[in-house]
Design a protein around this ligand. Sequence first.
Ligand SMILES: Nc1ncnc2c1ncn2[C@@H]1O[C@H](COP(=O)(O)OP(=O)(O)OP(=O)(O)O)[C@@H](O)[C@H]1O
Ligand SMILES: [Mg+2]
Length: 448
Amino acid sequence: MREKATILVVDDENGVRQSFNMVLKDDYNVLLAANGEEAMAIFKKNRVDLILMDIRLPDTDGVTLLQKLKEIEPDTEIIMVTAVKEIQTAVKAIKLGAYEYVIKPFVVDDVLTIISRALEKGRLVREVTYLRSELERVKPFEKMVGKDEKMIKLFDLISTVAGSDGAVLVQGESGTGKELVARAIHNRSPRNKKPFVVVNCAAIPSTLLESEIFGHTKGAFTGANSTKVGKLELADKGTVFLDDVDTLDTTMQGKLLRVIQEKEFERLGNPKLINVDIRFVAASNKNLPHLISRGDFREDLFYRLNVFPVNLPPLRDRKNDIPLLLNHFLARYSKKTGRDVQRFSEKAINSFMAYDWPGNVRELQNLVERFATITRKKMIDIDDISSPDIVYESVKPMKLKDAVNEFERKFIGKVIDRVGGSRKRAAEIMGIHRNTLLGKIKDLDINS
Ligand SMILES: Nc1ncnc2c1ncn2[C@@H]1O[C@H](COP(=O)(O)OP(=O)(O)OP(=O)(O)O)[C@@H](O)[C@H]1O
Ligand SMILES: [Mg+2]
């Protein structure tokens, strides 16, 4: 069930306040204020979704109060209550950001309709803000593949962990799939209809990170020209993914620890506490216990996050998955590029199996994407692999001279191909005399 929205009623007449209270209290949390000062005090202390405000107040006028409130919290919807003779002021209020005005005396049902429409608008605005932030990094839904025993265990662990609400710490080398795991946990959790919000701790400069996470109010610091809703607020009821959590400085670590423990925080420049219900998933490719011993990572935060540790094996420790991943990405990219690349040759697969993949799955994926984009053949062979690391890790130990000859043979053959067979042009490009080239073609048995 959705949580009740909170409505603040501001009116100097007790009778009016009480009748609003009667009508609203079943469906909403209602707060009451008799004047501008009371309204401001309540507003600063509570999260308020909508305000019903009399345009005439004993200590201020509705338009001034509206401006002050909007400055603190532009997202709060405000409905002005007015008498016929003050319609001009009400119109002014609309120009300044009020959602609507209602004229006294009014029909209760009409007011209720306006309230629910205003709240719905607020909800949509939040959703759009969230979707925009997600769109920036939109990715097609990516499937996680693996049949190595280590991966089967990992998939089991993901299912178990997804059902619980405890924090998760995903550790593994770069490119092993930490973000994919975090998304999988969220997608399988009861929170999957709510946002999955990524905080890219390493990519955001530390000066901006705090406002990115907690949000800020207008004027909170130089350059804060408008109020910004932070990622924690956007992620309410959903999951926050703290990527590269080890790069946070210890001050930010302390601030996040507080959110995890207390489930509340403040926007920069506004002491009002905001409550959130968030599941945290953090990732790191560093050895956190080691960082703790050096004083670079807070031990208390580590224990808070490490409720469920998930460790991703590097690709070199599950080489059985290499052919599966090659085919998985080849199918994806050849579909995307429209080229009909069907498979890798056995020799090519063998050299991939012998290679250690320091960049893990990401490196393999990038390589396949490159092949699928440039090749015009149905089968990718060892000769198509231009990465020296991969080719030479897979060759049998041999004399250097033989290895150099082998390289020259392939390289020269490719250059000649590239220039459409012209010996002259190829020699120029390689910076050798044409006769030297002709000699090499003969000695190395290059058939181009
Ligand atoms: N098991 C897998 N199956 C399919 N794709 C995978 C798998 N593991 C990783 N990938 C893909 O490899 C790429 C890298 O994965 P991801 O971004 O999750 O890695 P990471 O561990 O977060 O890396 P980094 O530490 O560099 O941020 C992504 O495009 C992801 O979709
Ligand atoms: Mg990542």
